[in-house]
Write a protein that binds this ligand. Structure first.
Ligand SMILES: O=C(O)CCC(=O)C(=O)O
Ligand SMILES: [Mn+2]
Length: 228
């Protein structure tokens, strides 16, 4: 019974993703090797917060310390074989949650599948995410321009899923000073970048206050990467 229900949910998600891709502007290039997939995760998006609840109870959100000693304003946690961590000694991936001393919670198969299908829809056929960074944005929180460059294999793309309150994603070039595009993101939108744009600078503008039925007064972002 459980297996039958699970496969129905997965089938519904896939049908929703197909529909999202067929509708007109469903695959909006935001660069040569970067694409916005509006609503790609819509079929699963409302159920993701419940999926994250046990993960966040085992590995609670925390404001990590930057190597420079500042607390990050975005609260973070991870699921998957490894998790992204930051502290005085730098940025890296770790199989162990430093707060608990235990491995990170496993990445749910439905999330891994979603990330793989989004990568494929964006033109990256083989994607095996082993890390899912969970970012929690309260109103006013922003993520400054940065590159995702702590992964060993930079041929794999980054898949980024937006949930809850709308945000403005900033997507630039390979140099910090390159101009940035401002891309509005809503609940269920997915951005994928890789290839020649894998090291593009990107960030998130300060989150505007609001209320969303799926997440309440925050935005949650899931970033899937192949780290090791
Ligand atoms: O929240 C987002 O949309 C982007 C997150 C991000 O760039 C990161 O976690 O490295
Ligand atoms: Mn990033």
């Amino acid at each position: 019974m459980k297996a039958a229900q699970a496969s129905t949910t997965a089938q519904r998600a896939r049908r929703g993703e197909q529909l999202a891709l067929w509708r007109s502007a469903e695959r909006e290039p935001i660069g040569a090797a970067a694409v916005l997939l509006p609503g790609f995760a819509a079929a699963l998006a409302d159920s993701i917060p419940a999926l994250l609840a046990p993960i966040l109870s085992a590995a609670p959100l925390r404001h990590m310390l930057t190597p420079g000693g500042q607390r990050m304003s975005v609260a973070m946690s991870n699921c998957g074989a490894v998790g992204w961590v930051s502290d005085r000694s730098g940025y890296r991936y770790s199989p162990i949650d430093p707060d608990s001393g235990r491995p990170w919670p496993a990445m749910p198969g439905s999330l891994q599948g979603l990330a793989q299908r989004a990568a494929r829809a964006a033109g990256f056929a083989e994607f095996f995410p082993d890390a899912c960074l969970i970012n929690y944005y309260a109103p006013g929180t922003r993520l400054s321009l940065h590159q995702d460059r702590n992964e060993r294999d930079l041929t794999a793309p980054v898949v980024s899923v937006s949930l809850g309150l709308p945000a403005t994603f900033l997507f630039g070039g390979e140099r910090r000073r390159d101009p940035t595009r401002r891309i509005p993101l809503s609940h269920g939108d997915v951005v994928v970048w890789g290839g020649a744009q894998r090291l593009a600078f990107h960030g998130v503008a300060a989150l505007r206050a609001g209320e969303h039925p799926a997440t309440g007064c925050c935005r949650i972002n899931l970033t899937f990467r192949h780290a090791l």
